[in-house]
Design a protein around this ligand. Sequence first.
Ligand code: 57M
Length: 358
Amino acid sequence: MFYNWLYPFHTEYSFLNVFRYLSFRIIYAAVTAFLIAFVLAPWVIRKLQEIKLGQQIREDGPKSHLAKSGTPTMGGVLIIFAVVISTLLWADISRAYVWLVLASTMGFGAIGFVDDYLKFVKAQSKGLTAGQKFTAQIVLALAIAIALYFLPGYTTKLSIPFFKNFVPDLGWFYIAFAVLVIVGSSNAVNLTDGLDGLAIGPVMIAALAYTIVAYIVGHRVMSDYLLIQHIEGAGELAVFTASILGASLGFLWFNSYPATVFMGDVGSLPLGAALGTVAVISKHELLLLMVGGVFVIEAISVIFQVVSFKSRGTRIFLMAPIHHHFEMKGWEEPKIVVRLWIIAILLALLSLSTLKLR
Ligand code: 57M
C-alpha cells in the first residue's frame, strides 16, 4: 500500500523514493509484523484466557503435557493478522501473486479457525473430522492452483534442485502437483506443532529462506545470473515471507518454553499453506522438501508409524510424530525443540546452496 499510495509522490517529496526499494520494504515488513504480534500478544492471550479458550490435553500422550492443560490456544489468529496487515502495508498490492498468497493464508486460516472453534464449543480435543478438514483443504488449494494456472505469464515448468537444464513442463498436471504441495505443507506443519516453539522456529527459518529465493526469482539480473526461472513480480512474495518471519518472531516470544500460548490449527494450517503457496509461485516447489525438512521428517515419521502399525502390528517409534518419540525417551522438551531448529537451519543453508549449485 505504501508503495502504491506514497511512492507516486516521490517527485515532489524525494524521501518517498525509499518505498521503491524492495529490500527496504522487506525489512520493514518483518519489523512491522513483529511489532503487531509482539505488542498485541499480551492482550490477545488475556482475551483467550477470559473466554476460557484453553487447550484440552489428550491423556494418551506424553504425561509431561498434562501440565499444559488450559494453555490458551488459537494464538495463530494474531500471527495471521500481523502477516496480512504488514503485507498489505508494505507490498505492491497491484500484483496478483500478493493477493493469491493472502487468499491462501486466510482461507486455510478459516479452516483452522472452524476446527479450533469446534474443539472449543464441544470442549473436547476433536473438532472437524479428518475427512472434512482434508476436503476443505483440497478445494481451497485447487482454487488457488487453478487461479495460478490461468494467470498470464505463469509457467507450469518445474525447477529441479541441482539441475539447470532439466525443467520438465507438467502442463495440466501442474494443478494437481500444486495442490499436493500446498495441502502437504499445511498438514506437515500442523503435525509438527506439538511442542513449545517446535513449529514456529522452522516456519521462521523456511520463511527466511524463501524471502531470499523470492527476492532472487523476482530480480531479473540475479535470476539470469543464477540461471533460475525469472518471475516478474515474484519479489513481492519476499515482503509476505518477511512478514511471516516477523510475526513468528513476535509469537515465539510467548510460545517459547514454557509456552503461554499455542497457535492452534488457525496458525499451523495457514502457515504451512503459505509456505507451500510461496514455493509454488516462486517455482521452487521441490526445494520446500529441503527447506521444510523438519516438517517432512515429522510427517514421514507418522506415515511410517501408521503403515508399520497397520501392516505388522508393531511400532517403529515409541510414539509418532517423532518429537513424541524423543519425549518418551526422556529428552527434555527444549532440547528436542532446539535440536530440531538446528537441523532446520542446516537444511535451509543447504537449500540455499542449490541456487548456485546446479
Ligand atoms: C496436531 N496437536 C498437538 C495446539 C497446537 C495421525 C496422527 C499422528 C495425528 C496427530 C495429530 O493429531 N496431529 C495434529 C497435533 C496439540 O497441539 C494443539 O494442536 C495445535 C496444532 N494443530 O497449536 O493447539 C498438543 O501439542 C502440545 N503443544 C505444545 N506446545 C505447542 O506450542 O506442547 C502444542 C503446541 C497440545 C500440547 O500438548 O495439546 C498434539 O500433539 O495433539 N496425532 C498425534 O500427534 C498423536 N499421535 C498418535 O496418535 N500416534 C500414534 C499413531 C501415529 C499410530 C502412535 O505413534 O502410535 C499424539 N498426540 C497426543 N497424544 N497429544 C499421541 C497422543
